[in-house]
Design a protein around this ligand. Structure first.
Ligand code: EPU
Length: 433
């Protein structure tokens, strides 16, 4: 069992390089299923969600060749069947992209219901299904499987209005519609940077998708996607997490390989808190020397403040002067991490979708358990800021989405170690990484 041990109270100083975007990678890897030939994908983050997806593709017959640490050649031409009902599918949310990709390619998809971080009462896929049905598919959910079938003659274009601007539904409908006859027009789509990245990838392979990044996306069906190469955008949330970390600890971080425009929603809030953010072309310098001010934050779909940064900003607000209010505008509930922060002396009251945070100035080290990816990242930030030692269990969640978090933080002055502790031998430290 791996744990992180953090001795808090050290400011962060130095340079951090951001990896490729997780939520783009986990959509673009399944999108390779639509491509006839090999695609070279660059800037792939080394995270366990990517490893799991690549394993799913390999087990279906795809050829995956590692070119270097962050570059892979993926060739799905050899995949012959539209089934992906492996156990592994239920452990990863993004496996739902295989429904759109397989339906688009084979006119059929049989895929296990997706898993992933659980912070809503449910994580529905009704908007994905609504889109597939509008394109003529029949969709059934039974015995934990999603079974989708295109009609005789294949999917056709359709006008689809999403009831919620869902990231997953937007991407899944784009995937299914690539080869559909005619034009598919999807309104009220999500506009996250990774939506644009997926559309750019598909267009680079020969698709005809317009409007990604706006409220309406139009997909004109084409007959074939050819191989090619594509580099993923940098991870907005990974960059935001390190920005929040230095806001909490103080110090100065040069965060490289970012698209500053994608960071605006986070930058604005950190500046309101008294953090200095200076943008360059593909890097940002974030420093904090003075006290942190209270703010209110409401999470919204892009270009609003991202829900995936909510636990991290809440943690930093524990150290601010005064009372801050967070409103979660995307998920029903995403406050499971609060109980862990309370162990460190935080004062947070959760009321439905709102969290009221009384700044306490200082947190104290504690034993914590990560309950999802971003909650885990928030606990790391809490540990870096706290007085004393913090031990975090459940770091598998963190490693699903952050490449080399421990190494990156150690190189900028954090005292954090990844330790392997055999079950039933809590105190025995075997490996230090
Ligand atoms: N929703 C529906 N019906 C649907 C789909 C979504 O009602 O068919 C609702 C959800 O319940 C939620 C809202 O719409 O209230 C937004 O859900 P969305 O579909 O946008 O989320 P997702 O595609 O399941 C992706 C990211 C999440 C991120 C959300 C919101 C991936 C693999 N996951 O999830 O990222 O929180 O968008 O931005 O892209 C993370 O990276 O830590 C993470 C959880």
């Amino acid at each position: 069992m791996t744990r992180y041990i953090i001795k808090g109270g050290k400011p962060l100083n130095g340079v951090i390089e951001i990896s490729g975007a997780k939520n783009a990678a986990v959509a673009i890897i399944p999108a390779a299923m639509l491509v006839d030939g090999a695609c070279r994908i660059e800037n792939i983050p080394q995270i366990s969600d990517v490893t799991m997806l690549l394993n799913i593709l390999k087990r279906m017959g795809a050829r995956v060749r590692t070119v270097d640490r962050h570059t892979m050649d993926i060739d799905c031409s050899g995949v012959r069947r539209a089934r992906a009902d492996f156990d592994i599918m239920t452990r990863i949310r993004a496996s739902y992209y295989l429904i759109g990709a397989l339906l688009g390619r084979f006119g059929e998809a049989v895929v296990a219901m997706p898993g992933g971080c659980n912070f809503g009462s449910v994580r529905p896929i009704d908007q994905h299904v609504k889109g597939f049905i509008a394109m003529g598919a029949q969709v059934e959910v039974k015995n934990g499987l999603v079974i989708a079938r295109a009609p005789e003659g294949g999917l056709h274009g359709a006008d689809i209005y999403l009831d919620v601007a869902s990231v997953g539904a937007t991407i899944n409908i784009m995937l299914a519609a690539c080869f559909a006859r005619g034009v598919t027009r999807v309104e009220n789509v999500a506009r996250e940077p990774h939506i644009v990245d997926v559309a750019n990838f598909l267009n680079a392979m020969g698709a005809d998708i317009r409007g990604a990044g706006t409220n309406v996306i139009k997909i004109r069906g084409v007959s074939r996607l050819n191989g090619g190469s594509y580099a993923l955008i940098p991870d907005q949330i990974e960059a935001g997490t390190y920005m929040a970390a230095v806001a909490g600890t103080g110090g100065s971080l040069l965060i490289k390989n970012v698209i500053p425009k994608h960071m605006d929603c986070i930058t604005g809030k950190l500046e309101e808190m008294g953090v200095s953010v200076r943008e360059g072309e593909d890097q940002i310098l974030v420093s904090r020397t003075g006290p942190l001010r209270r703010i209110n934050v409401k999470t919204l779909p892009y270009p609003g403040f991202p829900t995936d940064m909510q636990p991290q900003i809440a943690t930093v607000l524990c150290l601010a002067q005064g009372t801050s209010v967070i409103t979660e505008g995307v998920w029903d509930t995403r406050y499971k991490y609060v109980n862990e922060l309370l162990k460190m002396g935080a004062q947070i009251t959760v009321d439905g979708r709102r969290a009221i945070i009384e700044g306490v100035g200082q947190l104290t080290g504690a034993h914590l358990k990560a309950c999802d990816l971003r909650a885990g990242a928030a606990m790391v930030i809490a540990g870096l800021c706290a007085q004393g030692v913090t031990e975090i269990q459940g770091v598998d969640y963190i490693e699903r989405g952050y490449e080399d978090l421990v190494g990156k933080l150690r190189r900028v002055g954090a005292d954090i170690q990844s330790v392997e502790i055999p079950e039933n031998e809590e105190a025995q430290v075997i490996k230090i990484g």
